[in-house]
Design a protein around this ligand. Sequence first.
Ligand SMILES: CC(C)(COP(=O)(O)OP(=O)(O)OC[C@H]1O[C@@H](n2cnc3c(N)ncnc32)[C@H](O)[C@@H]1OP(=O)(O)O)[C@@H](O)C(=O)NCCC(=O)NCCS
Length: 227
Amino acid sequence: MAGLVISYQPASNNLGPVPGEDGGPIRIRPMTEQDSENVANLQIEAFREKFEWAVGKSNVNKVSRAWGNGLRRSPLWWPRYFVAELNDEFGCHFAGAIVLGFYADRSLPEPNFDTNGLGCKILCGMACMEMALGEKPSDPSKGYVEAICVESKFRGKGIGKVLLDRAEYEAKAMGCRSIYLKVKRTNRAKNLYERQGYRVTKDHDGCCCTYCAVGVRHFYEMEKQLI
Ligand SMILES: CC(C)(COP(=O)(O)OP(=O)(O)OC[C@H]1O[C@@H](n2cnc3c(N)ncnc32)[C@H](O)[C@@H]1OP(=O)(O)O)[C@@H](O)C(=O)NCCC(=O)NCCS
């Protein structure tokens, strides 16, 4: 039918168990308002090099605070953020997060970031970063992993894998046939993605624009078929 845009299909009724909700030590749940600061801090910490490059080392903490506040004030975006908790003998720890993107997000209003007092250098840096790395999925049949990060002290325990399992589950629930992500060519995380069944589909050379924005020029796009 001309003009009809299919951005969402009802979930298959056979998605299987929900990864991270099986009562095991790694629990995955949608983020809530209380997670805003933790999620923002974790994202900035995990990608600190890129943020320092974009806005300057001395400004990263300001960005982290603004990011946390922005997330708190953007509840429509919370369903795209999933948080990993690790339960061990010392208690329940905030351990990681994954951010997903779908075609349907195009109809959401932009996140409500408070830019007051950030200054020109930070705003320009963030805008360039968004231009270089920001991805708005343009294909309703593909889900996107915008970011995945685990607290450094909890890495190597399988949390990243469960977050990716959950991302696949959520993508299937949105009617997607595949899921994709971008990873710096030299990032060791590529091993994890390959084990998870992702394959390199594109070798991006962002040339000097991406390099100027975030200090990295080459990225792989990797994709996994879900059905
Ligand atoms: C990538 C990341 C989310 C994986 O989480 P995790 O809980 O450690 O993952 P798992 O325990 O399930 O799997 C271990 C795999 O994670 C990856 N990994 C572990 N430590 C890593 C690190 N410091 N940097 C990048 N990848 C790492 C590796 O692929 C590792 O497999 P390998 O030992 O065979 O190389 C986590 O390491 C991280 O937050 N890294 C920093 C942020 C980042 O690079 N994110 C990916 C951007 S595309």
